[in-house]
Design a protein around this ligand. Structure first.
Ligand code: 13P
Length: 304
């Protein structure tokens, strides 16, 4: 088995050189996909890398909206998503028609769109955010009223920390929304000396019961810097691989066994290798959506 995996790793490296490709993997990907990737990161870090990369091909090991974002930010590159069916339950909670209706009811509000959304929705937005920069982006805007879509939990998290008035969309991530405060109570009983970190896509009562809320990149940084040796992690299970790899002296416990995003598990080494061999499935965003969606993304990347 190990031999097989090693051969697959070598094959992928060879194809990568042949295609002048870069492999990006989100922090939720399975361990072996993270290990073969050139960069592993959160949504913000990966979109930054995609926009700056000088590779000809980007293999995006993540879900559809992530590859679509890379295709918008780097239109001259070939963007491959090894598993075309890897979607996002949160991105599916909003359509461009429903957003237009809401915009008509809140004409003065700035439309702030979480990166977990379809390109057509980004195209109708003023600015995008990720969980690592949402507060900074919202506070950077001139408008006092914000239509925040589509994640209501991230929206509540930001609403608690800003003076702006947020109108929330009723969307959520099925995986994070399944966690309740009882999971934190139980985990604290089992590991009384552990610190609890959760993703802001969790319900507000879960964020309140936790010690800290971070993007996945924020969790990686926290784990590296904290002197605490035991950490209860309230986000998708894939992050544990990187946390354990980078912090062998610390222990990590998943807050709930339900923290699995099925779409993030679709990608494996075989599919990465096939994508590089066949140069499929390729993700493209047609004009004019591509240009319209690029503006809010670039505006987000420019907020420091
Ligand atoms: P991060 O930007 O924190 O990696 O979040 C991505 C995501 O989709 C969370 O469910």
């Amino acid at each position: 088995m190990e031999e097989e995996k090693k051969a697959m790793f070598e094959r992928i490296q060879e194809l990568k050189r042949l295609r002048n490709a870069v492999i990006l993997a989100h922090n939720y990907q399975i361990g072996e996909v993270q290990d073969v990737a050139d960069f592993v990161g959160d949504s913000f870090e990966l979109s930054q890398i995609a926009s700056r990369s000088d590779a000809d091909v980007i293999v995006f090991c993540g879900v559809y909206f992530m590859a679509e974002t890379a295709a918008i930010l780097a239109p001259e590159k070939i963007v491959l998503l090894p598993e075309i069916l890897a979607g996002c339950s949160l991105a599916d909670t909003i359509t461009v028609e429903s957003l237009r209706e809401k915009k008509a009811q809140h004409k003065d509000a700035a439309v702030v769109t979480y990166i977990n959304s379809p390109a057509v929705v980004k195209a109708e937005s003023d600015i995008c955010v990720t969980s690592s920069n949402a507060l900074r982006v919202v506070n950077s805007l001139d408008e006092d009223e914000i239509l925040f879509v589509p994640d209501m939990n991230l929206g509540s998290f930001i609403a608690d920390k800003t003076k702006k008035r947020l109108i929330l969309w009723e969307g959520c991530c099925e995986t994070h929304h399944c966690v309740g405060p009882q999971h934190i109570t139980n985990a604290r009983e089992t590991h009384p000396d552990a610190v609890v970190i959760v993703h802001p896509e969790c319900r507000p009562e879960v964020v309140k019961a936790a010690d800290y809320a971070f993007s996945t990149g924020g969790m990686i940084k926290f784990a590296r810097e904290t002197s605490c040796k035991k950490i209860i992690v309230g986000t998708e299970m894939g992050l544990i691989h990187r946390l354990e790899k980078e912090n062998p002296d610390k222990q990590f416990f998943l807050l709930s066994q339900g923290l699995i995003c099925p779409s993030m598990k679709f990608t494996n080494l075989d599919k990465v290798s096939k994508a590089l061999e066949t140069m499929q499935p390729r993700i493209t965003v047609p004009l004019p959506i591509r240009d319209l969606a690029r503006r809010p993304l670039e505006r987000m990347l420019a907020v420091v």
